[in-house]
Design a protein around this ligand. Structure first.
Ligand code: NAP
Length: 254
């Protein structure tokens, strides 16, 4: 019998890569996002290629009802793998950004993963098994606006849970990617033309690395030598410099 894995933001990019990796690892999938057509196409493709079953949950995770729908599903079913991945970028400085958009950042990037873990973890503890991967960002190590602050929450909470659950068989890991080729930058209308080629990561490759790191019990996964180096530098830099780098790295609006 196959175990079930739930992926938020399954319709595109890093989330979609996770669904293919988990299907290849013989998990049935619960696919969560807003785009029903894409999720159904994905479910059909996973069935055809890997023979796994999928359940589609259409939910806007910025809404209370969308978040509750997924919480309820987790509470009524046994989910072995939870991937908190849904997210988007915000490219305007805080003082001129739209307040409603800022609140959506908190709801999708912070509130939803927190609540899904809060409902999933007691069940994982009762079974003494489970894997949670929180898709954070290298932005969680810098000071680059509300997006970066939200990702810091996710990285720090993942590290805390990793410690809290260290005596159990439950793995919690924060995946911290750098710039990755997905729909993220196009959707966020970000200007990416000047970014050197070597800074771009491949979504399938980083997801394979994240899965390996999570199973190996790593609290934080940073795929790619360039980003390991960057995060290493950041950890040695004075905070005053990190603050300046953070604001300069913030991607500009198209
Ligand atoms: P993407 O291709 O734009 O995918 C984003 C996914 O999130 C989509 O499946 C989208 O689905 C879903 N989503 C967005 N808002 C949602 C909402 N309100 N409710 C439900 N689902 C929602 O971007 P990606 O790069 O794969 O992003 C995945 C994660 O990686 C994000 O958390 C992002 O912050 C993180 N990340 C990305 C990069 C990068 O450079 N790409 C770097 C570091 C971290 P629907 O539109 O169908 O709802």
């Amino acid at each position: 019998m196959r175990n079930w894995a739930l992926v938020t933001g399954a319709s595109s990019g890093i989330g979609e890569s996770f669904t293919r990796l988990l299907a290849a690892a013989n998990f049935n999938l619960v696919l969560v996002a807003r785009d029903e057509v894409r999720l159904n196409e994905l479910a059909a493709g996973l069935k055809e290629k890997y023979g796994v079953d999928s359940i589609v949950i259409v939910a806007d995770l910025a809404t209370e009802s969308g978040c509750f729908k997924v919480e309820e599903f987790i509470s009524n079913n046994e989910i072995e793998v939870l991937v908190n991945n849904a997210g988007f970028g915000i490219n305007k400085p805080f003082t001129v950004s739209d307040l409603a958009r800022e609140e959506e950042v908190l709801k999708v990037l912070v509130r939803t993963p927190m609540r899904l873990m809060h409902v999933a973890l007691p069940k994982m503890k009762a079974r003494n098994s489970g894997v949670i991967i929180n898709v954070s960002s290298v932005a969680s190590f810098i000071a680059g606006g509300a997006y970066s602050a939200s990702k810091s929450y996710l990285t720090v909470l993942s590290e805390s849970l990793h410690t809290e659950l260290s005596a159990t068989n439950i793995k919690v890991s924060a995946l911290c990617p750098g710039f990755t080729r997905t729909e993220f930058h196009q959707r966020g209308r970000m200007k990416m033309a000047g970014l050197p080629q070597f800074m771009w990561l491949n979504s399938d490759a980083l997801v394979a690395k994240a899965w390996k790191d999570a199973l190996a019990g790593k609290a934080v996964s940073i795929p790619g030598w360039q980003y390991k180096l960057l995060v290493g530098f950041i950890s040695l830099m004075p905070r005053s410099l990190v603050k300046r780098v953070g604001m300069n790295l913030r991607v500009k609006q198209r």
